[in-house]
Design a protein around this ligand. Structure first.
Ligand SMILES: [Zn+2]
Length: 505
């Protein structure tokens, strides 16, 4: 027998696809030919696999070896094919009877000494295998917990090529996934720890209830970052589908905790203002690494000190925010990662960043306008809520009355979201922030004239754009949902105007 076939999984973006690794050995000049759109890492795989096979005490076939990865049209990235290539080779050369691996997907990177190393993206790969009808998978020992998250699959781990060979030959047992429940993750920061800042807390709750992007503008020490970090704590838990999406992205980034469980809380990402474009939107050679915006998918992306980010970094957010996904150009094809994050930008009102706020600012008016102006094109236009936080007064800081905890606020947020989801069900949408302007402006959702008097006069005077009009209406719906009203009244619209324009209420 000089032909063998082993199943593996390829990954493009978050989408996995079964790959057949075929090996054919023929007489002729010894050497290895790889076909089927391999990337550079796959060519390196040839050398890794050879060293691993030899160092595991196996014989390297001294023949002409043809390796083929099918389907040929699928771009293949990364090092997860090593292990499948090695066993296919040993099968093809007659060293190993491959019957025990029939219908089994085999994933793993090989070290030169024959150890099997963990790979990125095991969760979406294994999920794709299961979807394609595969019932058993063999993964690196370090990835078994993660793979076991996918229901209905038999998962086994290997730490060395030698162990896999022993399993195939003699049925030596493989490594089972850990059965211990992983330790509960520490609770994130809680709203109960935030002193004062009534306006900021209100804005945060409105943002959570309606899914609105949020801008917090205020002097240093006003609590912008503290508030933003607590937004995930008042958002609902992720449902099964969202949890799988989020966990898959973190798996591809190699950032899953060792316990290997589904991520159930909305993630939080806060890239530093010196962050590069690839670290924000994703990139890198081989299997592209998701950027902060994808790691924040279904959660919160905080751009702290937003005007300090490079122009390129701010611009790069525009397309993902618009489409809810990131498209990364690759040498072959492109990779797509989800990027439906709720954006919070935090900014000082001016470059001097005087903690006393506007009253003590000595910046020339032009410098003040330019500073926030850096945000206007790419970001501010897409942000429903733009709040000016006052400086934290000593009195607020010393306040000892108890503050509402995140759990209490989260219950109100959930109730408001449920009301919105029921109303927008005919449109197939759930959150107020997602409703297109034309739908807001037509029956039965059009707000009556008496409710929008102030809004229309601002539109006529040009102090509010048409897009700004729609954003205020979206916020007004959220405020009505939070207060249990079936429709927004003039008071809701008034508060929405203040939250949109940054005016003090
Ligand atoms: Zn200033």
């Amino acid at each position: 027998m000089s032909y063998a076939r082993v199943l593996c999984v390829g990954l493009v973006g978050v989408t996995g696809q079964l790959v057949e690794v075929e090996v054919d050995l023929a007489a002729g000049l010894p050497g290895v030919v790889i076909s089927g759109l391999p990337d550079t890492a796959l060519h390196e795989a040839r050398d890794r696999v050879r060293a691993a096979v030899v160092n595991s005490g196996q014989r390297w076939p001294n023949r002409r070896i043809t390796l083929n990865l099918l389907p040929a049209t699928l771009p293949k990235f990364g090092s997860a094919f090593d292990l499948a290539i090695a066993v296919a080779l040993l099968g093809g050369s007659g060293e190993l009877p491959l019957l025990p691996l029939d219908g089994v997907a085999v994933l793993g990177e090989l070290g030169l000494d024959g150890t099997v190393r963990p790979v990125r993206g095991v969760l979406p790969m294994v999920a794709a295998a299961a979807k394609a009808g595969v019932q058993r998978v063999i993964v690196p020992a370090g990835n078994t917990a993660e793979a076991a998250v996918v229901p209905g699959l038999l998962v086994r781990g290997v730490d060395t090529l030698h162990r896999l060979v022993a399993f195939v030959r003699d049925g030596t047992p493989l490594i089972e996934p850990p059965v211990d429940a992983p330790p509960p993750s520490a609770p994130g920061p809680d709203l109960a720890e935030v002193a004062g800042q009534g306006l900021g807390r209100r804005a945060l709750e409105v943002a959570a209830a309606g899914g609105h992007h949020l801008a917090l503008i205020g002097p240093p020490g006003a609590g912008k970052t503290m508030l933003a970090e607590r937004l995930p704590s008042i958002l609902p838990e992720l449902d099964d589908e969202a949890a799988l999406e989020v966990t898959a992205v973190h798996s591809i980034a190699g950032l899953l905790p060792a316990g290997g469980q589904l991520i159930r809380r909305p993630p939080f990402q806060a890239p530093h203002h010196t962050a590069t474009v690839p670290s924000i939107v994703g990139g890198g050679s081989g299997l592209a690494r998701p950027g902060a915006i994808s790691l924040a998918h279904r959660g919160v992306l905080l751009m702290d000190e937003a005007p300090e980010f490079s122009k390129a970094a701010l611009e790069a957010l525009r397309q993902p925010l618009e489409h809810g996904r990131v498209l990364l150009a690759r040498s072959r094809g492109s990779a797509e990662y989800p990027a439906r994050a709720q954006l919070v930008i935090a900014a000082n009102p001016c470059p001097c960043a005087n903690p006393a706020g506007d009253d003590r600012c000595e910046c020339p008016p032009l410098a003040r306008r330019r500073y926030l102006g850096r945000l206007s094109g790419p970001l501010l236009d897409r942000i429903d809520l733009q709040v000016r936080l006052p400086p934290m007064r000593a009195a607020e800081l010393m306040e000892t009355t108890s503050h509402e905890s995140s759990a209490v606020v989260a219950r109100r947020v959930a109730a408001a979201r449920a009301a919105a989801a029921e109303r927008w069900a005919p449109l197939g949408r759930r959150l107020n922030a997602q409703i297109p302007g034309p739908d807001l402006r037509r029956a039965p959702w059009r707000l009556p004239g008496r409710v929008t008097v102030e809004l229309r006069s601002r539109l006529d005077s040009g102090s509010l754009s048409a897009r700004g009009f729609d954003r205020v209406v979206r916020l007004a719906w959220t405020i009505a949902d939070m207060d249990g009203r079936a429709r927004p009244d003039a008071g809701d619209v008034g508060e929405a105007i203040a939250l949109r324009t940054g005016e003090r209420i």
